[in-house]
Every structure is written in structure tokens, then in C-alpha cells.
Design a protein around this ligand. Structure first.
Ligand code: ADP
Length: 265
């Protein structure tokens, strides 16, 4: 499988060099495999909605429907699938920019409590549609934070939208706790949860706990990897705790003595 392989014949510098070359070969192969898998994933993710688009466009074009309502339903599907492709392309572009280190942060002094409250308001309609109770709790004394507000909002919105997407009853909300030199932001829900065995993988690109369920909910499988990368860019740490059938909590931790972008991800 490995194309490059050097025999380690001696214990001297040449042997060490041979060992290093072999390690490099393994790394390279791993990189190729991930790339290969990445493109396979993209093709798959695009192929599915495109198949729907073709199929339903044909049904409408050939007038293979019985009623006007049926036709409208097909047009709705076409619209939704087109949006899904749009969403996927946006997410991919975002990830590509981050991976190339091409994201420039615009840090400023922000009021995090206010930002989170506004993000919660933005998802209120979505939560009400599903009869979920929505909350935003602030503990400690709120203080300002020097960070990229737009990116921070993107993180919070993404986590909140997931929380709503994967919760059928109960509550969804944010608990923000300020300490003197740090802040913790927890996005909690009482939803379907994530099995423990899957937790280590959910920040990976295209990873989904259950493919069909996520597709039904309109996800791309890229949201959490974007959140993970953004959190890193802002100098934060993200962790997740979950119990199937009980709920999930994503926790972001920011040490306020560090500046965003100080270390790369
Ligand atoms: P998607 O676009 O499919 O939602 P994400 O990257 O945002 O992709 O999430 C990856 C997977 O993690 C999802 O498919 C879903 O199964 C799981 N997940 C994310 N957030 C939650 C949550 N709050 N509750 C339960 N499962 C979740």
C-alpha cells in the first residue's frame, strides 16, 4: 500500500534517516486517504440533492402530477434541495478558507451577554415552531471581551440551531457564566442526544450520528467542524457532553487573558 518504503538496515544515521522517511511516507498516505475521502464525501453530498432536482424537475416538466397541489409539493422539494446545495457550498467555502488560514479576524471589544441574547432571539421562531422553551441565563458579572463578534455569533447560532434541530420536546438554551478572567458558554438541550461512542467524531467533517435523520433535518455534516475551527481561532476550547434520550451540552471556554488568533488551529 505504501509507495515509498526504505529498509532500515542499520542503527546509525542512515538507519535513522530511513526511519524518518518511512514515517513521512505513512503521513503522506494518510493525507492522501483523507483527501480522497473528503472528495468522495463532497461528491456524495452533492449527488443526492442533484438527483432529487433532476427527478422532480422532470416530473413537473413532463406534467406527471395529478393535481396542482402535488405540483406545488414537487416545486417545494426542488426549492429545498437547491437550498441544501447552496448551504453545502457555503459551508465548504468557509471550511476551505479556514483550513488555508485565510480567515482574518476582526476583534473588537464586545458585550458577550448582549450578543448571546440577540442570537437566542434570532432562533426564537424556530424554537416556537417546535414548541420548545428557549432560555438565556447569565451568571456572574458580565464583562466585555476582545474578540471577533461576527464569528462568535456564528458559533452560538450554529450550536443553537443544532440544539433545536435535534430536540423534539423540552428546552433549549444558553448558560453564560462569567468569571473574572474567563467565560463559559454552554448551549444545552433536552434532545435526542449523541451516543458516547460517537462523541469523539462529531467535530469531524461530514460526520453524522445518523445519516438519514440528519438529512431529514437539512444538515450538511459540516456545521460542527466549522464551529470547532472557529472556536479554536478565537482562542477557545469546545467540549461536549451528552446522554442519548436526555440531551446534549456543548461548552465553550474562553480564557480572557489570551487574545484571539494567538495560536493557530
Ligand atoms: P449536521 O449539519 O448534520 O447537523 P453537524 O456537523 O452540525 O452536522 O453535526 C454533526 C452531527 O452531530 C449531526 O449529524 C448530529 O447527529 C449530531 N449533533 C449535533 N448537534 C447535536 C445536538 N445538539 N443533539 C444531538 N445531536 C447533535
Amino acid at each position: 500500500e505504501l509507495e515509498t518504503r526504505v529498509d532500515i538496515g542499520s542503527r546509525d544515521e542512515i538507519g535513522a534517516l530511513a526511519g524518518a522517511i518511512n514515517d513521512l511516507a505513512v503521513d503522506l498516505q494518510r493525507y492522501r486517504d483523507t483527501r480522497q475521502e473528503f472528495f468522495a464525501n463532497i461528491s456524495h453530498e452533492l449527488r443526492t440533492p442533484i438527483t432529487y432536482l433532476e427527478g422532480y424537475a422532470n416530473v413537473v416538466k413532463e406534467r406527471l402530477y395529478a393535481t396542482e397541489e402535488e405540483k406545488d409539493r414537487y416545486l417545494d422539494i426542488i426549492y429545498m434541495e437547491a437550498r441544501r446545495i447552496q448551504h453545502l457550498v457555503d459551508d465548504l467555502f468557509e471550511l476551505a478558507k479556514m483550513e488555508e488560514g485565510k480567515i482574518t479576524l476582526s476583534p473588537e471589544w464586545i458585550n458577550l451577554a448582549e450578543l448571546v441574547e440577540q442570537a437566542v432571539e434570532k432562533v426564537r421562531l424556530k424554537a416556537e415552531d417546535k414548541n420548545l422553551e428557549l432560555y438565556c441565563t447569565v451568571e456572574g458579572t458580565p464583562h466585555r471581551m476582545y474578540t471577533d463578534g461576527a464569528r462568535m455569533e456564528q458559533i452560538v447560532l450554529n450550536l443553537l440551531e443544532n440544539a433545536i434541530r435535534y430536540t423534539e420536546r423540552g428546552t433549549v438554551g444558553v448558560l453564560l457564566s462569567f468569571q473574572s478572567a474567563s467565560v463559559k458558554l454552554a448551549v444545552q438541550d433536552t434532545g435526542i442526544g449523541i451516543p458516547e461512542a460517537e462523541l469523539p467524531f462529531i467535530f469531524e467533517r461530514f460526520y453524522r450520528v445518523e445519516k438519514s435523520r440528519s438529512r431529514m433535518h437539512g444538515g450538511t455534516g459540516l456545521g460542527l467542524s466549522i464551529v470547532h475551527k472557529l472556536a479554536g481561532l478565537l482562542g477557545g476550547k469546545i467540549t461536549v457532553a451528552s446522554r442519548p434520550g436526555e440531551g446534549t451540552c456543548f461548552e465553550l471556554y474562553f480564557d480572557l487573558r489570551r487574545k484571539p488568533g494567538e495560536d493557530r488551529v
